[in-house]
Design a protein around this ligand. Structure first.
Ligand code: KMH
Ligand code: ZN
Length: 286
């Protein structure tokens, strides 16, 4: 991997619209119902996103890994958009490991795979080696492309071990996402991000980054300048600018697309994103 932006011609913009942490009661504009998730997906695709990272909520707007809810969301977003549909296997910090593995039953294009346990504020986000290893192999078997989530520099070591132990993921591409600024993980700084990029295994074919909260803009700028791709969305950041709360996820996508375009790395189309990530064609009639 190189830290130069040379040769990277477009920008993969991922939107993570919901997450598992914000409460609908505190943030009514957070998309939590199926209808809200689908309309968010449509608007974010129009604004420049090509990949959607989904956490699903139940009828009470609480995080759920219920198989029916997951399947309904994957099918509905796939029907309404051309976005690469990625389901979170991280869920919430309260979800049991066995249930997190069942996310693959919903047949997403991609799944997140966090490469290690990390402190998560006052909680612990658990990702022991046997879980990572099982998830990796099951994703290979089901032809789902993992996105390796790196919350800390030590997670790069686990990525190396996964590749050494099990070979390349389905599709042959290795895409990682640096999640910076989680209290307990690597900080949302250019220095930390560049340290992570410098350590990436040579098998990595693309990387993106997100900064949680106030790290959002600095990490976006750092990633773009170094040839990385972007993740934005209300899962990670709900403040558009000082004193202004995000009203819709597409505001964050549109700003990322504008900055990427200004830097002559315009948003990838969904077709280009599918090629970059090596996802299997699951849309009917294609
Ligand atoms: N909600 C966090 C505990 C992922 O989606 O894979 C974990 C998370 C990572 O958001
Ligand atoms: Zn997530």
């Amino acid at each position: 991997m190189t830290t130069s932006s040379a040769g990277v011609t477009g920008t993969l913009i991922t939107v993570a619209p919901t997450g598992a942490e914000h409460a609908k009661a505190d943030l009514p504009q957070l998309p939590t119902t199926l209808e809200e998730v689908v309309s968010t997906a449509v608007r974010c695709e129009a604004a420049g996103a090509s990949l959607i990272h989904l956490h699903i909520r139940d009828a009470e707007h609480r995080p759920t890994l219920d198989a029916g809810h997951l399947r309904a969301a994957v099918d509905a977003v796939r029907e309404a958009t051309d976005l690469v549909v990625q389901l979170s296997t991280g869920g919430s910090v309260h979800d049991p490991l066995e249930q997190r593995l069942t996310v693959l039953d919903a047949e997403p294009d991609s799944c997140s795979l966090t490469c290690g346990t990390t402190n998560f504020g006052d909680d612990v986000f658990l990702n022991p080696w046997p879980f990572m290893s099982d998830l990796y192999v099951q994703a290979q078997e089901r032809e789902v492309v993992p996105e390796f989530e790196l919350f800390d520099l030590g997670h790069v070591h686990a990525l190396r071990r996964l590749l050494d132990t099990h070979g390349l993921p389905f599709g042959g591409r290795v895409h990682v996402d640096f999640v910076t600024g989680v209290p307990g993980g690597m900080p949302a700084t250019t220095a930390a991000l560049m340290a992570g990029v410098a350590m990436l295994p040579e098998e990595v074919t693309s990387w993106s980054a997100t900064g949680i909260g106030r790290g959002h803009l600095p990490v976006m700028a750092a990633a773009l300048s170094a040839g990385g791709h972007l993740r934005v969305g209300m899962e990670d950041n709900v403040v558009f600018r000082r004193g202004q709360v995000v009203e819709h996820n597409d505001e964050l996508v549109a700003r990322a697309a504008e900055l990427a375009t200004l830097l002559q790395r315009p948003p990838l189309t969904c077709t280009e994103a599918r090629e970059l990530l090596g996802v299997k064609e699951r849309r009917s009639g294609r």
